[in-house]
Design a protein around this ligand. Structure first.
Ligand SMILES: Cc1cc2nc3c(=O)[nH]c(=O)nc-3n(C[C@H](O)[C@H](O)[C@H](O)COP(=O)(O)OP(=O)(O)OC[C@H]3O[C@@H](n4cnc5c(N)ncnc54)[C@H](O)[C@@H]3O)c2cc1C
Length: 495
């Protein structure tokens, strides 16, 4: 795969004695170190180990050098020290949902530190804050927050996703236009650094690290807990879904243009919406039915949705709103065992030109809709624009580099059965779709979202697409907090 450099290349840059894949003696020394410090580990070869290293994306079954399962902050500190002492890269895993299996390191040979035991949630409903362990899953966190004074946090839609990776690189969901990304709601983080010390990062304590954590966090340390700003869960929410029926390239391009204009200029923060190309418009409105109708009717007319039978609109409580937009129940099991086999890409345009929208639509009609045997989707989230809380944060306030993004676009192609081989040739379908849009946009470099990691990107492409103008500053912050590059990965800052 083009984007994945070998362990040799990566490690040579970091530690003078690192080798292509940690030798048996090095692994043994790592195991001995973890054992001497009493850091709990998954025993290689056991059922628990197999489960712990099974990635969400089965296409990328990387093999760690060892897998630690800390239950205390001291264990995390000791695990990091053991990785450093043995010149083995260290990687935190939270929910394991990285599209590039970055929670395993994104390549073979890392010391994986599984944070799943750090899963407590303590809310202060009066203060509207909550301290959340970094290894929890979104569904469990939402339920715990609600239990403790009907609190809520702006986060992603899938309940199995880990709060660790989500928060440290973005965190977009169906309240983000009103309450921002998950990282916008972060007040402070407790972090184990490369030198094994523990510090707090916030707006007033270690602010440069706090800036870097909010968009590129995996490269800077292991977060053990987050303190978030929460809000009182809204109860009577309008959950909607409409069916669109474009039958030509022109019709689909016109719909995209309508949605883009609406997102940029007419989309209030109370409305959160996404478009599954070519025919499903879904979302949540935090307000009453009559203001929803006043807002949506003109838009629906422009999208040629005139019949009431083309849509479903219902009023739901907060927990039912989350459930309606997730892929299952909110409650997540202690041992998580749902996986997919897929390749994905993203685009984060500030603006799509008419030519780009035509190229997108044309590729759908000429290519995508003819694809058989795969389960693909193109999801466009109405991310930015004048009414979005995400865009109202200044571009340099966090290292998240996509404040001006209008459409957040995810291209996702899954194959069945999960055990099948996703060949490099299969990537040409989505690569071709993105290329068609890029070719129709000369002179434009689109951003991409690391939380939808594209394993086909080279390091340089990943750095510039994920972090754009923030990359150089991120490298200098990395030099301060992780000068020996302990927290590395094929696409992370400084790799
Ligand atoms: C089914 C599905 C649905 C999704 N839905 C959304 C969505 O609605 N909105 C959205 O924005 N994204 C969504 N995503 C993308 C998701 O946000 C990213 O994949 C995210 O990185 C997953 O975090 P994780 O902790 O589960 O993954 P992991 O693979 O465990 O970690 C991802 C990265 O974060 C690092 N990391 C994890 N924990 C820590 C920690 N404690 N300290 C330091 N670094 C850490 C890892 O080292 C790795 O680099 C979805 C992904 C999937 C698979």
């Amino acid at each position: 795969m083009k984007g994945y450099q070998s362990w040799l290349v990566t490690a040579t840059c970091l530690f003078s004695s690192a080798t292509a894949s940690p030798s048996l003696s090095k692994r043994t020394a790592l195991d001995d170190c973890l054992s001497s410090k009493k850091v709990p580990v998954y025993t290689a070869g056991s059922k628990d180990y197999a489960q712990a290293v099974k990635p969400f994306n089965l296409r990328l079954p990387f093999k760690p050098a060892a897998a630690a399962l800390p239950t205390t902050v001291q264990h995390v500190q000791d695990a990091v020290a053991c990785g450093v002492a043995n010149n083995i890269l260290v990687t935190a895993k939270s929910g394991g949902h990285s599209y590039g299996a970055h929670g395993l390191g994104g390549e073979d040979g890392h010391l994986m530190v599984d944070m799943r035991r750090f899963n407590t949630v303590t809310a202060d409903a009066a203060a509207h804050t909550a301290v959340v362990g970094s290894g929890g899953r979104l569904g469990n966190i939402a339920l715990a927050l609600y239990d403790q004074g009907k609190q809520a946090l702006s986060h992603g839609t899938c309940p199995g996703v880990g709060v660790g990776g989500l928060t440290l690189h973005g965190g977009y969901g169906l309240s983000s236009r009103l309450h921002g990304l998950t990282l916008d709601n972060l007040l402070e983080a407790n972090v184990v650094l490369a030198n094994s010390s523990v510090i707090t990062a916030s707006a007033t304590q270690n602010p440069d690290l706090f800036w870097a954590l909010r968009g590129a966090g995996a490269a800077f340390g292991i977060v053990t807990s987050f303190k978030f700003k929460t809000y009182t869960a809204p109860e009577n929410n309008i959950v909607f879904q409409y069916n669109l029926q474009p039958s030509t390239t022109d019709q689909l391009a016109t719909m995209l243009n309508t949605l883009q204009n609406f997102t940029m200029y007419g989309h209030p923060s109370e409305l959160n919406m996404r478009f599954f190309v070519p025919n499903q418009l879904t979302g949540v409105y935090y307000g009453n039915r009559s203001s929803f109708d006043t807002l949506m009717n003109p838009l629906l007319k422009q999208l040629n949705i005139t019949s009431t039978s083309s849509g479903q609109v219902s009023v739901k409580s907060w927990l039912n709103t989350l459930t309606a937009n997730s892929n299952g129940a909110l409650k997540q099991p202690d041992v998580y065992d749902y996986h997919e086999n897929f390749y994905a890409k993203s685009l984060m345009p500030e603006y799509l030109s008419p030519a780009a929208m035509t190229a997108l639509a044309d590729y759908y009609f000429t290519t995508a809709r003819r694809i058989t045997g795969h389960s693909w989707y193109l999801l466009i989230d109405m991310h930015g624009g004048s009414g979005s809380a995400i865009s109202s944060v200044s571009a340099n306030a966090t290292s998240y580099a996509h404040r001006k993004t209008t459409f957040k676009m995810q291209f996702n192609d899954r194959i069945y059965p999960d055990t099948a081989t996703y060949t490099p040739q299969m990537m040409s379908f989505l690569n071709g779709w993105v290329k068609a849009i890029e070719d129709a946009s000369p002179g434009v470099q689109f951003g991409m979202y690391i939380n939808y990691a594209d394993t086909n990107l080279t390091k340089t492409e990943a750095h510039s697409h994920y972090w754009g103008a923030h990359y150089d500053r991120l490298v200098s912050v990395k030099g301060v907090w992780d000068p020996k590059r302990v927290f590395e990965g094929p696409q992370l800052v400084g790799s």
